[in-house]
Design a protein around this ligand. Structure first.
Ligand SMILES: Nc1ncnc2c1ncn2[C@@H]1O[C@H](COP(=O)(O)OP(=O)(O)OP(=O)(O)O)[C@@H](O)[C@H]1O
Ligand SMILES: [Mg+2]
Ligand SMILES: [Zn+2]
Length: 391
């Protein structure tokens, strides 16, 4: 059986399937329905959020034997050829690799011809920010006044590097980085289609690590499935991300909470000796404390904790045993250490000191508590009836 990467296998094939970009899909569908398709589109946005997928869906929508239709059939010869990348009238060029003036001039010359099989010719130019001004000059006239049979779809991750004259000739769509829930939902659907069931915190962590990119999330899911041998998949993910085992991070914080620097430092040491980068461990620790703060502020069953990919029970237990003011102070100490890590010479030292300091905060009385105690001492005098001022 041929193996197809998840990110390719689950490329969306209809506008509706392009998750998180609903407004764009709807606008394009409406334009097709109203027969008001613009002659040049510019798709911008971060990596792996659906630009090329949408460009291909639009190409199918316009060339489909049933079309033009906002819902291309997906099975006619045109749809299939677009999907397979061999439609004679749909040209897709990666401008990052093919950006010589000659290539673009040739493209422009060919595009002016009538279509061979479909009713339109469609030129999809990816990574257009890589085109030189000279290359654009070979194309600009055509983009400005294309023959009726020609449509352009440009895509780029760096719209600021595209000539303003080009941008102003296009209808522009800004694709968004995808939010966590959108990615998790898609990953869950893919897992179901693959006959797998992954724990929700694991999916949440994959989505977070992908930073808003659907392709990255799906690639990571692919790797995770490949590396997993049916054991603890959370631990597999830790390994994949170069992170400390989640249980170890939680144990570290347990040591801190209990005011036991020895146990905390030992956990820390185990993680670092195991090859975890100090910065990664610190991020994880910050997440754990953040979970505690969120659980205290929003209740132990808040979805915010689950979205961090943390073990809700463990977080709840810690949230119950730390004073909220102390939890906040712990977060501050860790964030401070994060700053030091960036500029300091010895990352391990920064994180060790932070952990010891955290464990000590168990014994410290915070400023707010002190102020409150002082106020209580002072209040009786102030609270009495206002005495008349002596004359
Ligand atoms: N919005 C989305 N909804 C569902 N799947 C998506 C979405 N965006 C990306 N994907 C997945 O990621 C893969 C790559 O998407 P696509 O090629 O459309 O990204 P792109 O925005 O063109 O990225 P790049 O800037 O790197 O070219 C798709 O095959 C699909 O599996
Ligand atoms: Mg692309
Ligand atoms: Zn079709």
């Amino acid at each position: 059986m041929d193996y197809v990467a998840i990110a390719r296998k689950y490329r969306p094939s209809t506008f509706v399937e392009v998750a998180g970009q609903e407004v764009i899909g709807r606008t394009l569908a409406n334009a097709i329905r109203a027969q008001r398709v613009h002659h040049a589109y510019l798709f911008t946005g971060p990596r792996g959020v659906g630009k090329t997928s949408t460009a291909r869906i639009l190409a199918k929508a316009l060339t489909c034997a049933e079309g033009p239709t906002p819902e291309p059939c997906g099975v006619c010869e045109h749809c299939r050829m677009v999907t397979d990348g061999n439609h004679p009238d749909v040209v897709e060029i990666d401008a990052a690799r093919f950006n010589s003036v000659e290539t673009i001039r040739e493209l422009a010359d060919n595009a002016a011809f009538q279509p061979v099989r479909a009713r339109l010719r469609i030129v999809i130019l990816d990574e257009v920010h890589m085109l030189s001004t000279a290359a654009w000059n070979a194309l600009l006239k055509l983009v400005e006044e294309p023959p009726p049979h020609l449509k352009f779809i440009f895509a780029t991750t760096e719209v600021d590097r595209v000539l303003p004259t080009v941008v102003s000739r296009c209808q522009r769509f800004d694709f968004r980085a995808l939010d966590l829930d959108t990615i998790v939902r898609r990953l869950r659907d893919i897992c179901a289609a693959e006959g797998r069931s992954l724990p929700e915190p694991v999916l949440a962590r994959v989505a977070r690590a992908a930073g808003g990119g659907m392709r990255d999330a799906q690639t990571m899911l692919d790797q995770l499935i490949a590396v997993s041998d049916g054991g603890d998949i959370g631990a597999d993910l830790d390994l994949l991300l170069g992170a400390a085992r989640s249980a170890e991070v939680a144990a570290l914080l347990d040591g801190v909470v209990a005011g036991d620097p020895k146990s905390a430092i030992e956990s820390l040491d185990r993680a670092l000796v195991g090859g975890v980068a100090p910065g990664t461990l610190l991020d994880q620790l910050i997440d754990q404390v953040r979970g505690v703060v969120l659980a205290q502020a929003c209740g132990h069953d808040t979805p915010l904790v689950r979205r961090l990919g943390l073990d809700p029970e463990r977080v709840a237990a810690q949230a119950g045993s730390v004073d909220p003011a102390r939890a906040l102070r712990m977060a501050q100490v860790l964030l401070h250490a994060q700053g030091q890590l960036k500029f300091g010479h010895d990352p391990r030292l920064a994180i060790e000191l932070a952990v010891v300091r955290l464990a000590q905060t168990a014994q410290l009385v915070d400023l707010e508590t002190l102020v409150r105690r002082l106020e209580r001492l002072e209040t009786p005098a102030q609270a009495g009836p206002a005495s008349p001022r002596p004359r």
